[in-house]
Ligand binder design. Structure first.
Ligand SMILES: *[C@@H]1O[C@H](CO)[C@@H](O)[C@H](O)[C@H]1NC(C)=O
Ligand SMILES: [Ca+2]
Length: 327
């Protein structure tokens, strides 16, 4: 009896170990509360700490809805604190859903820009913006302008001089993009935007597998510090619910080669290259990162070892008992 209890204690300890490994999959150490939006949104009272709201945005206890599934709506949320971090990751949990089977739109955008709280034609926000837009476009305005399907995720860097051309789905100003089916899922859908060492990487977790899949990576992207995070969405003739469930901003470590005292506030947003829209080759390879794969394999290995050990012990005990019974 005593030994049996001990096995269960061991099993319990091992399962705690495993679950703590699993729980750490999607998080990093330096979450910055002042750039994040997590449940419960209301910090007591009507307002949401660190975030302002624009247009048709509504806040419930489970989501922030930028637009409802109705025509001609527009909404946005804007962080009130400028980002002073050089290397960062923004993880956004979102849900785009609606009644439309074939016709829906228009999509939403995640921003890191100089000017906040400006309404406009680019998914509910300002055109000729300064900074970064990650656009999750659900409606293809022009099939001839590009050779990809929608929904489509793309990035645009602007120094204030470029116009986002809706009629071409922004294809001539995007620095990269990927197809991504992210609509009408019952499971959680996430996008990760990392900006580390002037490299912009966008990944998605859309299949409910708790694993990031790279959408694109662009080097030599220059963005200053001191800009604001935000998200905005619009509907036109077509509509969808565009919901933000959570935004988590992680401060990533300064790299060895980076100077802590460098003033990055005066940088003009730029990207070394624009993508030639018709020469794009889609790649849909990488799934889990190396560390995640390793942890995953390790967790599975531990579970298997525990099960085998328990099985052997159980078997031996049974044998012992049956021997005892025989004599
Ligand atoms: C802004 O971007 C445009 C287009 O990429 C470029 O031609 C222009 O020189 C840039 N202006 C500044 C001030 O960097
Ligand atoms: Ca579009």
């Amino acid at each position: 009896m005593f030994y049996e209890k001990l096995y269960w204690v061991q099993l319990f300890l091992v399962s705690i170990l495993i679950s703590s490994i699993v729980a750490e999959w999607n998080t990093r150490d330096y979450i910055r509360r002042e750039h994040s939006l997590t449940k419960p949104y209301q910090g007591g009272g009507y307002s949401v700490p660190y975030w302002d709201f624009l247009g048709n945005t509504i806040v419930t206890s489970n989501y922030v809805r930028l637009t409802p599934d109705l025509q001609s709506k527009s909404g946005a949320i804007w962080n009130t604190v400028p980002c002073q971090t050089r290397n960062w990751e923004l993880q956004v949990q979102f849900k785009v859903h609606g009644r439309g089977k074939d016709l829906f739109g228009d999509g939403f955008a995640i921003w890191y820009v100089r000017d906040r709280m400006q309404t406009g034609p680019v998914f509910g926000s300002k055109d000729y913006f300064q900074g970064l837009a990650i656009i999750l476009d659900t409606y293809s305005n022009h099939n001839g302008a590009h050779n990809h399907q929608h929904p489509y995720i793309s990035a645009m860097i602007n120094n204030g001089s470029l116009h986002y051309d809706h009629d071409r789905d922004g294809t001539h100003t995007q620095i990269s993009g990927c197809e991504a089916k992210f609509r009408n899922y019952n499971h959680d859908t996430h996008i990760s935007i990392t900006y580390v060492d002037d490299t912009l990487t966008v990944s998605t977790d859309l299949e409910g597998k708790n694993a990031w899949k790279e959408c694109f990576k662009v080097e030599n992207v220059l963005l200053p510090t001191g800009y604001f995070f935000g998200a905005s969405a619009t509907t036109g003739d077509l509509s969808d619910n565009h919901d933000i469930i959570a935004i988590k901003m992680f401060e990533l470590d300064l790299l060895e080669a980076q100077n802590k005292d460098e003033d990055r506030s005066q940088i003009i947003p730029s990207a070394a290259s624009f993508e030639a829209p018709r020469e794009r080759i889609e790649d849909t390879k990488p799934a889990m990162s190396g560390v995640k794969t390793f942890l995953y394999m390790m967790a599975i290995a531990i579970v298997i070892i525990v099960l085998v050990v328990l099985g052997i012990m159980y078997y031996q005990k049974r044998q012992e008992q049956s021997r005892k019974r025989l004599y």
